[in-house]
Design a protein around this ligand. Structure first.
Ligand code: GDP
Length: 304
């Protein structure tokens, strides 16, 4: 069986990636992570979506917080706060070790792909996990007060400022991950666009020159799962951002954004599919338990 390639952001995408990892053998699954959310903070190179995927696939995700690593402690943050340091971006002690070691390795000349695969492997992830590019791409958000770096808007400002525009700084110069292009050229079984935020998790991947074209060219079915149920996102600002940008938040609005790239779309039974021009499949897309993640992954593979 040839490979399934999954494009993913963080939390929503990682749920389906985990389901897929339970129904495909490791060599049949390639997961490509968005790096538009990456940032440099306190001198550290931080890759939130790669880390969410790594922790989720390794069974190390923090299910209480919904982000970060499980069994976390916070001595570093408490000490930083006591010293009057910058504490709006929270880094747990265990998580911190990963950022320190990634920063050291990148500084020594390793690529983000090599570092990502090494950490995933060390923590027990079997599927291949790769960044969309080894070159920096940084999402920026235009607000009424001007442009903000993504994490400043998302974490520091808690998504409060209205979104007037979104830019992927560096995307035009970024080279697509070579292993991804190779996998796309090797007749993959399918491309799956996980139920991630289209605006800030999937579109940065598609903005890297060559990736969208290689997906279209590869001839495999391209299936997306809606991150919008009814008129709401399960978590996070997806619906709000679509509305700020003048769209009516819905599953159909997300399908429209992907346009001709798609051949299949998966959405909740009750949601309106008017105007969607690809094959629509109805399934429970809400993934609360491992069983629900695996069930959706199985259903998707049966459509392909
Ligand atoms: P982020 O990078 O951490 O924001 O993560 P993603 O972009 O991957 O995920 C955010 C999106 O995931 C939101 O639009 C959510 O609606 C969606 N999402 C989260 N959980 C689920 C779920 O169980 N089912 C579906 N269909 N979407 C989900």
């Amino acid at each position: 069986m040839s490979r399934v390639i999954a494009l993913s952001g963080g939390i929503g995408g990682a749920k389906l990636a985990l389901g897929l990892s339970h129904v495909l053998s490791p060599e049949d699954l390639l997961i490509v992570a968005n790096t538009g959310d990456d940032c440099e903070h306190l001198g550290l190179s931080i890759s939130p979506d790669i880390d969410t995927l790594t922790y989720t696939l390794a069974g190390l995700d923090n299910q209480v917080l919904g982000w970060g690593r499980r069994d976390e402690s916070w001595a570093f943050m408490e000490t930083l706060e006591a010293l009057g340091g910058e504490t709006w971006f929270r880094l747990g002690d265990r998580d911190l070790a990963l950022h320190v070691e990634r920063t050291r390795r990148l500084g020594a000349g390793e690529t983000l792909s090599v570092v990502t695969q090494r950490f995933a492997g060390r923590l027990g992830v079997q599927a291949t996990l790769l960044p969309m590019s080894d070159d920096p791409v940084r999402t920026r958000i235009l607000t009424p007060g001007g442009w903000l770096d993504f994490q400043h808007w998302f974490v520091r400002e808690q998504c409060r400022p209205a979104v007037l525009d979104i830019a992927f700084h560096g995307a035009d110069r970024a080279r697509p991950n070579a292993a991804l292009l190779e996998a796309l050229d090797a007749r993959p079984r399918a491309i799956i666009i996980c139920p991630s935020n289209p605006l800030i998790s999937i579109e940065p991947i598609l903005a890297v020159p060559g990736i969208r074209e290689a997906i279209s060219r590869c001839g495999a079915p391209v299936l997306a799962v809606s991150p919008i149920l009814g008129r709401e996102a399960v978590k996070g600002p997806t619906a709000r951002m679509l509305a700020d940008l003048g769209e009516n938040p819905s599953a159909a609005a997300v399908a429209r954004r992907y346009g001709k790239l798609l051949t299949h779309y998966v959405m909740e039974p009750g949601d309106d599919a008017t105007g969607i021009e690809v094959r629509v499949h109805r399934a429970q897309t809400l993934m609360r338990t491992l069983e629900e993640k695996v069930a959706l992954a199985r259903a998707i593979l049966s459509y392909l």
